[in-house]
Design a protein around this ligand. Structure first.
Ligand code: AMP
Length: 225
């Protein structure tokens, strides 16, 4: 099963992607996580991407599109994939649709987590990233995924006890604003990409992102065959 997951930063799209991955055993491909891994490893791609990411800008299409299209050709994607964070604009959406068609790879579902911009912003600043596994969601404001507080007051991953980090672009108001400007832009931005898929053959699942993580995932799972 091949699935796209859309949602503004802060909507829990990564968390939902991880839940779907666990249930269906598909590969969870997160464009942002690939960039962060490259930044951590100091690769040339990472160095190029960092200057855009820190400001909340999109990494240019000529870097991002080939990176994702070649990732989809890797062996593990044969068992299905969940693509999260890509496409982020209309050009990426159209390019992806064409590449999938050329490769005769179906796109089975397009999932859209709908969330108000103000709520999304409130959620962003509280999330924490586990250094061991990007699929270990931690958030200081949600009981279900609250990190564990150690005796010395520091926080550790509630799943594996790993060290937790914040993303620099999650603590910067201007960067958050820019990322949301891009997401909610229905002319050339991410909403334009979502709307593009609504005109295509794939089944689009739109769910309200305001309830709890479990409720949102129940709404998504109900629709996935
Ligand atoms: P995310 O983890 O999805 O919030 O992505 C973090 C950052 O990585 C974004 O703010 C962008 O700077 C960059 N990024 C992720 N996905 C894309 C994409 N599809 N196109 C361009 N830049 C991206």
């Amino acid at each position: 099963m091949n699935i796209l997951v859309f949602g503004p930063n802060g909507s829990g799209k990564g968390t939902q992607g991880a839940i779907i991955q666990k249930k269906y055993g598909t590969s969870h491909i997160e464009s942002g996580a690939i960039f962060r891994k490259n930044i951590g490893e100091g690769t040339e791609l990472g160095q190029k991407a960092k200057e855009y990411i820190d400001k909340g800008d999109l990494v240019p299409d000529n870097i991002t599109i080939p990176m994702i299209l070649s990732r989809l050709q890797e062996d593990d994607c044969k068992k299905g994939w969940i693509l999260d964070g890509f496409p982020r604009n209309k050009v990426q959406a159209e390019t992806l649709a064409k590449a999938l068609k050329d490769a005769e790879m179906p796109l089975d579902y397009v999932t859209e987590i709908v969330l108000d911009r103000d709520i999304a912003k409130l959620r962003i600043t509280g999330r924490r990233l586990c250094v061991n596994d990007n699929n270990h969601p931690n958030h200081i404001a949600f009981d279900a995924i609250k990190p564990v507080e150690k005796d010395d007051g520091t926080l550790e991953c509630r799943v594996c006890g790993g060290e937790l980090k914040t993303r620099p672009d999650d603590q910067d108001e201007a960067a958050i604003g820019k990322r949301h400007d891009i997401y909610y832009d229905d002319q050339t931005g991410t909403m334009a990409a979502v709307n593009y898929f609504k005109t295509q053959d794939s089944k689009v699942i739109s769910v309200d992102g305001t309830p709890s993580i479990g409720d949102v995932s129940d709404s998504i799972m109900k629709e996935l065959a």
